[in-house]
Design a binder for this molecule. Structure first.
Ligand SMILES: [Zn+2]
Length: 684
């Protein structure tokens, strides 16, 4: 290979290669290669504009007092000689993972101590960028030679992947602080990437980087939105070209079918649940750059295929560790949940598609809280849908650990990626409750107690809106507006698909009723003290899942069999302290078929506990209960640590032996459970 001497000719040469490569790549995928940058339908608000309140505030305070606020003190890998502080310790993904949740937490809670902590890493990273634009931990070569990485010595650099996470960290930090160092830092790094990706391609150091290029691209395109530097779009196209062609996979649908049929080690990176969770946004990120509508359809095909073939009732697809079909004995890695949430939050902003908003709430209010302990210090690597116990054992996962699958609730059990990555779930959900709109309005796209401060209307008038609600446990959401002067602006609200008819009131008077499945706009002059009330009536429904099972749901919440828990503390010599959880009662119930035929009348929901300011997602605090009728299936037993679903006929009925006695069973919100049945067989 000939050596190119001048930078100018190197860049020129590189552009020629790029054009040829992206042309063939785009044609192979059937996607347009044109560039038509799309403005987001809904724009993210700066970090700190939304302040959590009520139960959500408590959740974030628990995290601050627990692992999110203290991981750097209790977790050796982050604690010792950290590479992101110039040391020889962790220089890969776990420190940036932690910061990706700790940074938003620090600014959401406006917590001086946590800000000081995270700033050490941010400052070190910003202050130690090499003149070439390269950043990150000091590499071995740099230590040995005393030199710094340049574009010419990119081969002496290190993995692109952890830098992708750090870019997301810096993006959030910038929106909170507008620190002047961030934009030039990113611009320089992206110039470095553009210069070096040919010699040091995205997969040079890891398949993770190749699988996760969309996360790199999204920050490149975010910066383009600020600087309008066209070379950023060239870089974005190049990263796509070098990364796994997720949009082609989603469009052709082969990957999802193969993932359902084959559980071998061929091309497993394309079935790896966390990779898929991150890739769900890939078509939408490419749509943002190209404006090609085909990407929108591709994203929808991909997401729907995923949920059809691998979907589980708690709103996630199986990812244990690979995509693993929709049998309720399967489960999901915690990283896959928080990455799916982040993907959806990005997709929602760009597309404004309501389906993704409903999906985000479903995984946030069901899957997410079920996988961590009350103090946010322990997590399960995989949660299982019908989880009849939590213990060390074999289970039906695609990743059997040599030392038994340590799928218990512990800090270090399973792989520790989730311990580092789980902090972005609740924090980023909070920052995406509201979005700004291009017509200078505000959109409440997801609901939870909070307060938003924003500038709206033609004169950029400051408004503060206090959103008070016990949603998702209650169906009434109040928005109280404070402003120094009356202001005309569009106020948008999401009416979820599950809601038949919502009512909207202003200052206690009915304004209108609206069908579910749309974003509505209330365009009026808003006065100080105005109260907007949204009511989203929730009806009990059932839904059909793997092995012809049925789940009970109401509004955004899915319900599971209430089982009192026995917690047992254990210790593993490598992985430390952990908890096993066992049910106190029998779990082997089928739902009586009348529950399925007429769910709204056959089952009753009851508020059993108010949602207090000290709410925790656990059994003791479960605010709601649904009473239903069931019958025990005596032969439904644990095999290989899971509860294989009883065989049912086409109509969903289990035809085997059941107990004579019909019993009243209690269901509680899935997110409050650790052991449970959620996908029920149906019995006569
Ligand atoms: Zn993980």
């Amino acid at each position: 290979m000939h050596k190119i001497k001048s930078t100018v000719s190197a860049v020129y040469y590189f552009f020629l290669i790029l054009l040829t490569a992206s042309e063939t790549g785009a044609m192979a995928q059937g996607f347009s290669k044109s560039v038509h940058f799309v403005t987001e339908k809904y724009k993210e608000l700066p970090l700190g504009a939304i302040k959590p309140k009520g139960w959500l505030l408590h959740q974030l305070q628990i995290m601050r007092d627990g692992s999110t606020g203290h991981l750097d003190e209790v977790y050796e890998k982050v604690k010792n000689d950290n590479g992101w502080l110039g040391g020889k310790g962790d220089s890969w993904e776990e420190t940036p993972y932690w910061l990706d949740g700790a940074v938003p937490l620090a600014y959401l809670l406006n917590d001086p101590g946590l800000k000081e902590k995270v700033l050490r890493y941010i400052n070190w990273t910003l202050d130690n960028q090499r003149p070439s634009g390269y950043f990150g931990a000091i590499t071995k070569w740099e230590r040995d030679t005393g030199k710094k990485i340049t574009a010419d010595s990119c081969l002496k650099g290190d993995d692109w992947w952890p830098k992708m996470i750090m870019l997301k960290v810096l993006k959030q930090y910038y929106t909170a602080t507008t620190d002047k160092r961030v934009i030039p830092f990113m611009a320089n790094y992206f110039k470095y990437q553009l210069k070096t990706l040919k010699a040091c391609p995205i997969n040079k150091w890891s398949e993770w980087a190749e699988s996760r290029g969309a996360d790199n691209i999204l920050v490149v395109q975010w910066l383009y939105g600020i600087t309008k530097d066209p070379s950023l779009l060239t870089l974005a196209a190049l990263i796509q070209e070098q990364s796994l062609p997720w949009s082609r996979y989603f469009y052709s649908r082969d990957w999802v079918i193969n993932a359902a049929a084959r559980q071998n080690n061929i091309a497993w990176m394309t079935r790896h649940g966390v990779n898929v969770a991150m890739a769900v946004k890939d078509p939408i990120i490419q749509y943002q750059r190209t404006g090609d509508q085909k990407y929108l359809k591709t994203a929808k095909t991909g997401f729907n295929d995923l949920m059809t073939l691998h979907g589980l009732p708690y709103g996630m697809f199986s990812a244990d560790e690979d995509l693993h079909g929709n049998d309720p004995t399967q489960g999901t890695e915690l990283c896959a949940i928080v990455e799916s949430m982040f993907s959806l939050e990005q997709m929602i902003g760009i597309t404004g598609d309501l389906q993704y908003m409903d999906a985000l709430e479903r995984m946030t209010f069901n899957a997410l809280p079920a996988q961590t302990t009350d103090d946010y210090n322990n997590k399960q690597y995989f949660q299982i849908a019908n989880q009849v116990h939590i213990k060390r054992g074999v289970f039906n996962f695609s990743l059997p650990f040599e030392r038994e699958m340590n799928n218990v609730l512990g800090m270090r059990s399973g792989y520790t990626c989730c311990l580092a990555n789980m902090h972005q779930g609740w924090t980023k959900f909070t920052t995406h409750l509201w979005y700004g709109t291009p017509d200078k309005g505000l959109a409440a796209l997801h609901y939870s107690p909070n307060q938003v401060t924003a500038k709206v209307g033609a004169a950029n008038t400051k408004v503060v809106i206090n959103e008070s609600t016990s949603y998702p446990f209650d169906d009434v959401i109040n928005f109280d507006l404070t402003t120094n002067k009356a202001v005309h602006f569009p106020f948008r609200l999401r009416i979820p698909f599950w809601c038949k008819e919502a009512t909207v009131m202003v200052n206690g008077k009915l304004l209108r009723t609206e069908k579910g499945g749309q974003i509505i706009t209330i365009n009026r002059k808003w006065e100080n003290g105005d109260r907007l009330t949204l009511q989203l009536p929730m009806e009990i429904k059932t839904s059909n899942w793997g092995r012809n099972s049925r789940a009970v749901e109401r509004g955004p919440l899915v319900y599971a069999l209430k089982l009192d828990e026995v917690w047992e503390k254990g210790n593993h010599k490598v992985e430390g302290d952990y908890y096993s959880v066992y049910p106190k009662q029998d779990w082997n119930y089928g739902l009586i078929d009348s529950m399925i035929k007429h769910p709204a009348t056959a089952m009753q929901v009851k508020t059993v506990k108010p949602v207090s300011e000290n709410f925790i997602w656990n059994l003791a605090n479960a605010p709601l209960e649904i009473k239903a009728l069931g019958r025990k299936i005596p032969d439904w037993k644990i095999v290989n640590d899971v509860a294989p679903q009883p065989v049912t006929a086409r109509d969903g009925l289990f035809m085997g032996e059941t107990n004579d006695e019909v019993e009243t069973i209690t269901l509680v919100p899935y997110g409050c459970t650790k052991v449970r049945i959620v996908a029920f067989p149906v019995v006569r």
